[in-house]
Design a protein around this ligand. Structure first.
Ligand code: 3NM
Length: 226
């Protein structure tokens, strides 16, 4: 675990069971710092800051605050899309979509030890991400979601195919709730990534706990990593 203010490199091994993505457009009036606290208290060990509209200068103080809180709690902090911002706040990693810089171009730009995650929607894209050195791969959308209007519904079938072939950690994303998270884990995923089911939940801490319980229950029924 890193300590507050420490510049020690973060271990590359990440607890990817539950990956909560903090998105202001879904959180509404909720403060992202309070949301992060609820996630941490609920047992989440991996979070991402996702902001699609604010310019980086406006987002910087938010990212710095979340980054500091994660460092204190020993929680892995990833920034979506923006490599410059991830570097500026010494995030643990960056997450890229298919329309962002390709992983093979992004990887050399990152600081040593930084994590690189890539969103994928096909076996071919997952292979390319793996070959470019992605530390984890997201596969989606597992279920229909209103959070990402242009999502491609690939479902559990693609998760099974990707997990049969790819040994890097894989998370499912898109429309995942505490009720269906177990299906994603049983399809082979190492974890689930969620936005609205936590950020828009009446009680984000309780929602996080429901996720961690559902994932643990599903995992008890299957082994992928031995
Ligand atoms: N990526 P929610 S689906 C950010 O399919 C994102 O790659 C997706 O939000 C993909 O948990 C998605 O609220 C939205 O459904 C996830």
């Amino acid at each position: 675990m890193t300590t507050a203010g420490s510049a020690a490199p973060t271990p590359r091994l990440i607890d990817i069971d539950l990956y909560v993505i903090l998105d202001r457009s879904v959180a509404g009036a909720r403060d992202l710092g309070d949301l992060l606290d609820a996630c941490i208290e609920g047992g989440c060990r991996l979070v991402q800051l996702r902001e699609k509209t604010w310019p980086s200068g406006r987002l910087l103080p938010v990212a710095e605050r979340l980054r500091a809180r994660c460092r204190t709690a020993g929680v892995t902090f990833i920034v979506n899309d923006r490599i410059d911002l991830a570097l500026a706040v010494q995030a643990d990693g960056v997450h890229l979509g298919q329309d962002d810089l390709p992983a093979r171009v992004a990887r050399p730009l990152l600081a040593p030890g930084m994590l690189l995650g890539v969103s994928t929607h096909s076996v071919e894209q997952a292979r390319a991400a793996r070959d470019a050195g992605a530390d984890y791969i997201a596969v989606g959308a597992m279920f229909a979601t209103s959070t990402k209007a242009d999502h491609e519904l690939v479902g559990l079938a693609l998760m099974r195919r990707v997990c049969d072939e790819i040994t890097a950690p894989v998370v499912g994303i898109g429309g995942i709730t505490p009720e269906n998270a177990g299906e994603v884990i049983r399809a082979g995923a190492d974890g689930v990534a969620v936005i609205s089911a936590v950020c828009a939940a009446p009680d984000p801490r309780a929602a996080t706990r429901r996720f961690t319980a559902a994932i643990a229950e599903a995992r008890a029924g299957r082994t992928r990593l031995g």
